[in-house]
Design a protein around this ligand. Structure first.
Ligand code: UD1
Ligand code: MG
Length: 434
């Protein structure tokens, strides 16, 4: 069965107080748009049709290659869905209506709605129970839990306002049915065409409307930064559970931040106050010690990272390597069993196997114009407080003496030292008057 989604995103999102369109804000490192699109894809949706407001060039760029319609003026959710009709080729196909600012629905929930349509329901709506229903449309059911209508907050009397089963806005049905019902929707008292009115129209003609209920958290709608922070909190809890159940030990789970893309193998231990940014892969039995910051990097097995390590993009740390405190690594490969244990900057560098980089080693990779590469071989020993002026190559088995500024390549199995001669004088007697 071919499934289309219609994603409503014409609202201005004013309450975010931002120059960025609302769907491009992020939670756990992924835009709302990305969360929603991923879910829809998992639920077997083949095509997304976006309903955009005018002046939304930034958003358009992010949905390049996808279908969209412009809704101007914005006459309500019913009007928005109706505009998408021209983009639907097969009216026997299914439609899922979703909101760009309600991005955390799970694919399973949408699948359940699709099943209801396949089992003979004309429309399936997604509801949730909340202690705080103000502002939402209320779902009115009759015997056998059949839905008969949705009443918007503005039109609700006291009795209806006390109903806690709310409409999420997500809805499914066959395209031909939904557009047929939409043609019968009349203008509401506040000048909008309500999508929700199709429910009573459908019920009146004797067709069945089903509803799926899911957790309130799944349907967090984001209107402002406070909602975004709430969503972040909820998603972080979800990610923490995911990693714990996968066999990762978190000593203080709430203090670790996870980007949604993190891939962490079992028996990894993560100490408190660690930031796991985008595209981080960590293999089993590695320990990430407290206060470390990792992004776009891949860490092998049985490594020790931190405390206070900063692993920047395009870094690969191979099995059994040790990266200690106050070490910054960028765009580099640290080979198996190698160590950078203290206070170093390693940038645009490749280090082989079993090499030891002493405290305070700096790879001087930037000459003010270009970034240059440092290559360090296997079994190399770099003494403390060394500057390696790139481009440079320190070949296998060599030693660089502490305190050196090395600007020429060092041959295999050699010792290089560059240090001014130490001067020494006899101490004068200093007579101090009493
Ligand atoms: C809607 C539902 C309500 C539900 C609530 C859940 C209707 C009539 N009401 O109300 O039952 O409980 O969502 O959050 O559908 N949009 C457009 N074009 C428009 C109007 C809205 O694209 O002309 C988009 C908005 O950008 C937003 C979504 O549709 O993403 C919902 O619009 P909003 O105005 O927030 O609807 P609610 O009044 O909250
Ligand atoms: Mg709303």
């Amino acid at each position: 069965m071919y499934i289309n989604s219609i994603i409503l995103a014409a609202g201005k999102g004013k309450r975010m107080n931002s120059n960025l369109p609302k769907p491009l804000h992020k939670v756990a490192g992924k835009t709302f748009l990305h969360w929603l699109k991923e879910t829809l894809k998992k639920a077997s949706v083949s095509k997304n049709i976006f309903v955009l407001g005018h002046n939304n060039e930034k958003l358009k760029k992010h949905i390049e290659g996808e279908e969209f319609v412009i809704q101007e003026p914005q006459l309500g959710t019913g009007h928005a869905v109706k505009l998408a009709k021209e983009k639907i080729k097969d009216h026997e196909s299914l439609i899922i209506v979703a909101y760009a600012d309600t991005p955390f629905i799970e694919a399973d929930t949408i699948r359940k709605m699709i099943n209801q349509i396949q089992n003979g329901f004309k429309i399936s709506i997604l509801g949730f129970k909340t202690n705080n229903p103000t502002g939402y449309g209320r779902i009115i059911t009759e015997k056998n839990n059949e839905v008969i209508r949705i009443v918007e907050e503005n039109d609700a009397n006291k009795e209806i306002k006390s109903i806690t089963l709310c409409n999420s806005g997500v809805l499914a049905g066959k395209a031909s049915d939904i557009f047929e019902f939409l043609d019968q929707v009349e203008l509401s008292n506040n000048g909008e065409y309500y999508l929700t009115d199709i429910v009573s129209i459908c019920a009146k003609q004797g067709s069945k409307i089903g509803y799926i209920e899911c957790l309130e958290e799944e349907l967090i709608g984001i209107n402002n930064r406070a909602d975004q922070a709430k969503a972040e909190n909820f998603i972080q809890d979800r990610l923490i559970q995911h990693h714990l159940l996968n066999g990762v030990t978190l000593l203080n789970p709430k203090s670790v931040y996870f980007d949604a893309t993190a891939e962490i193998q079992k028996d990894v231990i993560i100490e408190p106050n660690v930031f796991i940014g985008p595209n981080v892969k960590i293999e089993s039995q590695t320990v990430i010690k407290a206060f470390s910051y990792l992004e776009n990097c891949s860490i092998g097995k049985e490594c020790n990272i931190g405390p206070y390590a900063r692993i920047r993009p395009d870094t690969v740390i191979e099995n059994n390597a040790r990266i200690g405190n106050f070490v910054e690594i960028k765009n580099s490969v640290i080979g198996e069993n190698s160590k950078v244990n203290h206070l170093s900057y390693i940038g645009d560098t490749s280090i082989g196997l079993k090499s030891n980089i002493g405290a305070g080693t700096i790879t001087c990779n930037y000459d003010g114009t270009n970034k240059n590469k440092t290559t360090i071989g296997n079994n190399v020993f770099i003494g403390s407080n060394t500057s390696l002026i790139a481009p440079i190559r320190i070949n296998d088995g060599s030693i660089v003496g502490a305190g050196s500024t090395i600007s020429k390549d060092v041959k295999e199995n050699s010792i290089a030292i560059e240090r001014s001669i130490q001067k020494q004088f006899k101490k004068r007697n200093i007579i101090t008057k009493k």
